[in-house]
Design a binder for this molecule. Structure first.
Ligand SMILES: C[S@@+](CC[C@H](N)C(=O)[O-])C[C@H]1O[C@@H](n2cnc3c(N)ncnc32)[C@H](O)[C@@H]1O
Length: 352
């Protein structure tokens, strides 16, 4: 008889229960907040309703993602402990601040004020496409407060599976690095608060990790999130990924999570070209971003609502963009596409 050792069976049950709990809490938060905000600050626009059949597909896709997350942990792509890595105390302390900030986020979504920056922020230091209130969030990406709220906001937005979506880069990354040496150098482009790097570190403890992001505030937060990890400290650099400050062929692996939908097409192409340049021949690059139009047709109408209500001005362009064409133009071989829940993945190789 095929028996499962009790601790692993228990861990599996705990993982499923945790995922369901996070889903329920996120949904409860979103519903309650919508009610409170639309009562206190009534809106002319009605919130879209998700059709039951769309809701069912979303539910199935979340369950498949959670299941895959478990299976990769069990198969040793990363330690199963990583599935329980949520910073709960931090989320608890951040939650009241997030609720308070929701009023300002709501006001921006109603008034369309999306260049709403504190005078201390020198927006001239940043590309024009960047210095805006993405997601209507206070200060855009340009304050410590925004960086503090970000991880919890994203977890709630994605019903508690944001990290599970990030972790889907790990199996193809690890697979692509086989034969590339014991301590590969890996760059996470647009590393934000460091969640992807944290996951990579758990999966590849001997790798040397690097992160680059335009926001000094998100990097400061990443530093806090990463400094207690064992092994090497990831090297974080503030800079524009359109012009990477590394020599040709320096990295064996590159990851890039949730960036491209926030860029105009020309910046997307430059970053893909730069990723190719700094990757060693035979190296692997994994890109994770939103699903594109028609990847999951039943949810396409829902995706139309996202850019408007969350201020994502380049999202519709990204949805229709020929990303494969851009990657091939840069020189990459496309090894594989995957989709998980609302994310799409490109597994790319630089020819050896
Ligand atoms: C949606 S967040 C994703 C962050 C992170 N990868 C994650 O998994 O949560 C987008 C990130 O891209 C960064 N970013 C946007 N444009 C950039 C650019 N041209 N160069 C470097 N970073 C950029 C932002 O500062 C922000 O941290």
């Amino acid at each position: 008889m095929n028996t499962v050792a009790p601790p692993i069976a228990l861990a599996k049950l705990a993982h499923q229960a945790l995922a369901r709990g996070k889903m329920a809490l996120s949904l409860a938060h979103k519903n309650a907040l919508q009610r409170v905000l639309s009562t206190i600050r009534p809106s002319n626009r009605s919130a879209p309703t998700i059709e039951p059949q769309v809701f069912e597909v979303l539910q199935q896709r979340i369950e498949a993602l959670v299941d895959q997350d478990w299976r990769d942990g069990e198969a040793g792509v990363y330690p199963v402990e990583l599935l329980f890595d949520d910073p709960w105390l931090d989320y608890l302390l951040t939650y009241p601040l997030l609720c308070l900030d929701s009023f300002m986020v709501w006001d921006r979504s109603q008034t369309g004020k999306v260049y709403d920056f504190n005078k201390s922020v020198n927006i001239k230091d940043y590309p024009g496409y960047y210095a805006r209130n993405f997601h209507n969030q206070t200060d855009g990406y340009l304050s410590d407060n925004s960086a503090r709220l970000y991880d919890l906001q994203v977890e709630i937005l994605f019903s508690g599976v944001a990290d599970a979506m990030r972790r889907r880069v790990l199996a193809p990354l690890k697979g692509g690095l086989v034969g590339m040496g014991r301590s590969p150098k890996i760059l996470d482009i647009a590393c934000g608060t460091g969640r992807a790097l944290r996951n990579i570190q758990a999966a590849l403890p001997d790798a040397s990790l690097f992160g680059i992001d335009l926001s000094p505030h998100y990097l400061r937060r990443a530093n806090e999130n990463l400094r207690t990890l064992p092994n090497t400290l990831p090297q974080l650099v503030q800079g524009n990924a359109e012009s990477l400050p590394y020599t040709d062929g320096y990295f064996q692996g590159i990851t890039n999570v949730f960036l491209f939908h926030e860029l105009p097409g020309r910046a997307r192409q430059r970053i893909i070209n730069e990723s190719y340049r700094v990757l060693a021949p035979g190296g692997v690059c994994i890109i994770c971003d939103s699903i594109q139009q028609d990847d999951v047709p039943v949810v396409t109408p829902m995706l139309q609502y996202f850019p408007e209500s969350f201020h994502e001005p380049f999202y519709m362009d990204y949805q229709k963009d020929d990303m494969d064409g851009r990657m091939k133009d840069a020189g990459f071989d496309i090894v594989e596409h995957q989709t998980h829940f609302l994310s799409k993945y490109w597994v790319l190789k630089k020819p050896g």
